[in-house]
Design a protein around this ligand. Structure first.
Ligand SMILES: Cc1cc2nc3c(=O)[nH]c(=O)nc-3n(C[C@H](O)[C@H](O)[C@H](O)COP(=O)(O)OP(=O)(O)OC[C@H]3O[C@@H](n4cnc5c(N)ncnc54)[C@H](O)[C@@H]3O)c2cc1C
Length: 619
């Protein structure tokens, strides 16, 4: 709706309501006229509360602005202090002298009640106004659909939306957002893009708002461009596993991954996208050339480093705050067919991290470097035997962990079958420079697809046992290199006393591969470790594998990090207060906040992150 129309509708319909109430009462109409004039000529200090001129204009032209606390503040002097009202510059004061104060008060109460009724009417008409939008896709108000998007992989937070949009085109998304933008700040409607819903703490949910099921956005159709600098154009709702299969048809592949590929492009680019390839290629957000974004005002914007760079960098790692990623151009490289997958164990944390750090700088050594911690586990090597081969079976069988905390270095070397001999020699050479426990070298060869999709294989197994849809109280941290030993000493074996209910990943990445113009928050040092506590809670257990205990453990880890000033940053962060978000963003907070006011001035996007609220702070 045109803003001018909105304003006219606002003035005239309010007048109509009032004249209906007291058709013979000219004084009432004058009061309303005053209110309306005051609204269209607000005091200049309103700008103080409203940082964005666009938002200010929107607010003042919206019919809902009449019900805001701001208006109530404006009306307050009218109902309580007639002498201050007399100081106003509009005429017809004399009319009021003829009415007593009680009458005016009563009238104002009636006036506000009518506006409330009007507001309620508008809210209840929102579903039909959404339904009326001419879309290629559709809105769903079905309980089953709402229930589905009200939960996520974390399985701990649930917020029911009002509607689910299943878009078929980018304009479906743009029109919906524009419509909600036009409803103004008082509509309370928010919009959450939902990728595959694999968030952990409600980040893709919207309480009473609209959830956009990004997976139903099938445009653009995936398009692979071969040549010297290959790339693929994909929809923001595309799953990475589908991109892998499509690009492999051209002998190509994206370079940077997450450990699990049943996540969407928009979902991982909103966070970072980190895995064992990040040391070489940076996270997924370092491997994107272009984006198409629908901003919080419903505008469709193309962006890249060169074009609308501020939005481009803001959206990457931007936790969905500045726009909805509808399209992305992902960098590709020639794909290998096979992966040599290696695991070796360390009992000495210093030797483990020294080797990890050596490998992330070694040229052409390995293509994937990760690691994980093993605490209080028996029979682990026996489990490995089903998929890995010990290099020395006799020695391997004699290995005993003796209750020690162990650190597993996990490596991947990509190759094609015709290179097998050369690759074997290279791998052997690199392994000979490592300081792992000699008897614990395990290797296997798998296809590139099986390697990248390895977590899905575990998913299938866990699903069959009913252990996938359980609470996942995960904690992901970025820890500066100089603090990782201190962290390991305190946390592994002390705070975390076993790792049987989920892996604890640990591996270094180098910051030079990350772009500090993006929104992602990193520690200050050049090398930092990703430490991921990926526990699954056993429902209704009160033991160490129960939700309460795992949450308690996470709390202890965070408290220790804070107490010791380790300079740790949360990855996939979750905070609930502005103060905590400010601390998280540190010096980046100002630019983050500024970008929000430019690209999503009503703060309607990704409310589940709990960074901004869709309301204006008047205090
Ligand atoms: C089994 C598993 C393994 C994982 N492994 C890794 C890993 O190795 N590395 C890693 O980095 N992460 C990993 N993650 C975390 C994962 O990257 C995030 O949880 C990611 O957000 C999930 O993607 P999704 O498509 O399900 O997004 P959702 O959970 O649906 O959304 C996440 C956030 O992004 C927003 N969003 C979604 N789509 C868009 C869009 N198109 N435009 C703008 N905003 C959008 C949402 O509103 C929400 O705020 C893993 C998660 C799981 C469950």
């Amino acid at each position: 709706m045109d803003k001018r129309t909105t304003k006219n509708l606002s003035d005239s319909s309010v007048l109509k309501i009032l004249s209906n109430i007291s058709s013979n009462n000219s004084g009432a109409v004058v009061v309303v006229q005053h209110c309306i004039r005051m609204l269209t000529q607000p005091p200049t200090n309103f700008y103080k509360f409203c940082p964005n001129p666009l938002l200010f204009r929107h607010f003042i032209t919206s019919p809902f602005c009449l019900c805001s606390p701001f208006v109530i503040k404006l009306l307050h002097p009218l109902t309580t202090n007639m002498s201050s009202y007399r100081k106003m510059r509009y005429p017809s004061f004399s009319l009021f002298r003829e009415y007593n104060i009680l009458f005016i008060r009563g009238l104002m109460i009636l006036f506000l009640s009518c506006l409330t009724i009007r507001l309620n009417f508008c809210i209840s008409s929102i579903p039909s106004s959404l339904k009326a939008l001419p879309l290629k896709g559709h809105f769903s108000f079905e309980e089953a659909d709402l229930k589905h998007v009200a939960r996520d992989f974390g399985n701990r937070y649930q917020s029911h939306p009002m509607a689910v949009l299943h878009p078929k085109s980018v304009s479906d998304i743009a029109d919906t957002i524009k419509h909600i933008w036009n409803l103004g700040p008082s509509s309370q409607l928010t919009v959450a893009a939902r990728g595959h819903g694999h968030s952990l703490q409600g980040q893709a949910q919207s309480h009473g708002g609209v959830v956009i099921n990004m997976e139903s956005l099938s445009v653009p159709e995936m398009q692979v461009y071969t040549g010297e600098s290959p790339y693929v154009d994909v929809s923001g709702g595309e799953l990475w596993i589908n991109i892998l299969h499509e690009t492999l048809k051209y002998g190509l592949t994206p370079r940077s991954w997450t450990d699990y590929l049943h996540l969407t492009v928009g979902g991982t680019l909103s966070n970072g996208g980190v895995s064992g390839q990040a040391f070489r290629h940076g996270p997924q957000i370092s491997n994107v050339q272009k984006l198409e974004i629908v901003t919080g005002t419903g505008e469709v914007v193309n962006c890249s480093e060169e074009q609308n760079g501020d939005l481009f960098h803001g959206v990457l790692g931007g936790l969905g705050q500045f726009g909805i990623i509808t399209k992305a151009r992902i960098v590709l490289e020639p794909a290998p067919t096979m992966v040599k997958w290696i695991r070796v164990l360390y009992a000495d944390f210093t030797a483990f991290t020294r080797d990890q750090e050596k490998l992330i700088f070694a040229k052409k050594a390995f293509d994937y470097v990760e690691g994980f911690v093993i605490i209080n586990r028996t029979g682990l090597l026996n489990n490995w035997r089903s998929s890995f081969n010990p290099q020395n079976p006799v020695q391997a069988i004699k290995f005993k962990s003796d209750g020690r905390t162990l650190f597993c270095l996990e490596l991947g070397k990509y190759y094609n079958l015709e290179e097998t001999l050369v690759v074997n020699q290279e791998v052997e050479k690199h392994l000979s420079h490592l300081n792992h426990i000699p008897s614990t070298l395990f290797q296997t060869e798998v296809t590139y697809v099986d390697f990248l999709d390895r977590v899905h294989i575990s998913e299938v197994k866990l699903r069959s046992k009913g252990l996938w849809d359980v609470p996942h109280p995960w904690l992901n941290l970025f820890i500066p290199k100089t603090k990782i030993h201190h962290f390991a000493e305190v946390v592994f074996g002390n705070i975390v006393t076993e790792t049987s209910n989920g892996p604890v990943l640990i591996y270094p990445v180098n910051k030079s591969k990350w772009d500090n113009r993006t929104s992602v928050v990193m520690p200050e040092e050049d090398i930092f470790y990703l430490v991921a506590f990926l526990a699954s809670a056993v429902p209704s257990s009160n033991g160490p594998d129960g939700l309460e205990n795992i949450l308690n453990q996470n709390k202890k880890i965070l408290e220790y990090c804070e107490r010791s000033h380790l300079g740790v940053k949360q990855y996939l962060p979750h905070y609930t207060t502005e103060e905590a978000w400010r601390l998280h963003f540190g010096s980046q907070w100002q630019i983050f906040q500024q970008r929000k006011s430019v690209y999503d001035p009503l703060a309607m996007l990704a409310p589940g992150q709990q960074i901004f609220q869709k309301s204006i702070n008047f205090s």
